[in-house]
Design a protein around this ligand. Structure first.
Ligand code: DGJ
Length: 368
């Protein structure tokens, strides 16, 4: 069965009058998923959780994301990256049991007014993801921690006893310092100009990233490395606070950003974007039998109008819907680079054609 049919478009059902009325009022909490529209929280304020990720814990979904508030800058220093940035304000957290009504839990990793801190407003904090460590009973946040010109290219890690924080910041680092990837070639090692060899001593670059926990509890970091050209998959330590030094290079030279990783039927999947700053591009997908690869590219999962620009969005996370076998939601951002706080959310159910993930535009649908 094509999974798309498992997610009912709202237009195919008779809505109660009250629900219909609610859909007409943007300040009311959503009663259906309406991609690209203003998505208010339970207080009627626009949800501010960009480049986000989701954690399902004890019956509740927690949505974490970048808070995009305040001034949007166009500094010269940042022009090659799209010429836009927003002060670090922190990481927002919202909670929900139905994926529609989101209660604001607050800013769970607030900015720090110290220029030396990674959390200073003048730095870059992107794509926060939270995973739960069953052994330590801690909630662990990973994010892309960077300098204004994106040269630092590191991972930030923070930890909390509760899903809604406040998280304690542990610092940032470049992963996999002084070690070669499991699939390194002698040529890679010898090429002094390759970013892999260049960064051997100081650690490998990590820009757009996500973390993934496998069924056996092992954690992995997926990060755009080597000047964004090649993705690295790094094993996390048992407490999820560090990388162990075991890592692989995947999709060499493919310039993939915005990794979103999930597992279905024992296979590992990734949906990622190309690398065009804030502008949308065609998504890519790939599948593997082992997380270490080999990964087989399956092409653009999007079909139909605007498939070449991921329906004008860039992915950020794939959510396995709790208690619904084989239901996955592709979460993406429709970046508005001139007004990043007004970047909207695109959420679409993932269907499958054989092993290939497929996305069609659905303006309004229900996750039930
Ligand atoms: C693309 C990345 O996916 C975003 O998270 C952000 O870093 C922009 N580039 C900045 O231009």
């Amino acid at each position: 069965m094509n999974l798309l049919s498992a997610f009912l478009p709202v237009g195919c059902r008779v809505l109660p009058l009250a629900a219909l009325f609610a859909t007409l009022h943007a300040a009311e909490p959503m009663t259906s998923i309406r991609s690209g529209e203003v998505w208010p929280d339970t207080e009627g304020k626009m949800i501010d959780a960009h480049g986000g990720g989701m954690l399902f814990h004890e019956g509740t979904y927690y949505w974490y994301g970048e808070i995009k508030q305040g001034k949007t800058y166009l500094p010269d220093v940042n022009k090659s990256w799209g010429g836009t940035r927003v002060d670090v304000t922190g990481v927002s957290c919202y909670s929900s049991t139905d994926l529609l009504k989101w209660k604001k839990e607050g800013n769970v990793l607030p900015a720090v007014n110290d220029p030396a801190s990674d959390l200073h407003p003048g730095k870059v904090l992107e794509r926060p993801k939270v995973i739960y460590n069953a052994k330590t009973k801690k909630f662990v946040m990973w994010f892309h921690a960077d300098s204004l010109n994106y040269a630092a290219a590191g991972c930030g890690v923070a930890v909390s006893d509760t899903p809604n924080g406040t998280f304690k910041y542990l610092g940032s680092f470049r992963p996999d310092k002084g070690v070669w990837p499991v699939n390194v070639t002698e040529e890679d090692k010898k090429d002094p100009k390759s970013p892999l060899a260049r960064d051997f001593e100081k650690g490998q670059m990590a820009r757009d990233l996500t973390v993934f926990v496998d069924d056996d509890g092992k954690g992995y970091l997926f990060a755009a490395s080597e000047d964004n050209a090649t993705m690295h998959i790094s094993e996390l330590s048992d407490d999820y606070l560090k990388t162990t030094g075991k890592f692989a290079r995947v999709f060499p030279g493919r310039l993939m950003e915005a990794p979103a990783v999930f597992k279905r039927g024992g296979k590992y999947y990734i949906i990622a974007s190309g690398c065009t700053a804030w502008a949308p591009n065609a998504a890519r997908s790939a599948v593997a039998d082992s997380i270490w690869g080999p990964w087989k590219e399956l092409g653009n999962p999007c079909q139909g109008e605007k498939a070449d620009i991921t329906f004008q969005s860039q992915g950020t996370y794939v959510l396995p819907v709790a208690g619904k076998a084989d239901k996955f939601i592709f979460m993406a951002d429709r970046w508005n680079k001139d007004n990043l706080p007004d970047s909207r959310y695109i959420w679409l159910p993932i269907g499958f054609e054989g092993e290939k993930p497929v996305l069609h535009w659905m303006g309004e649908w229900s996750p039930k």
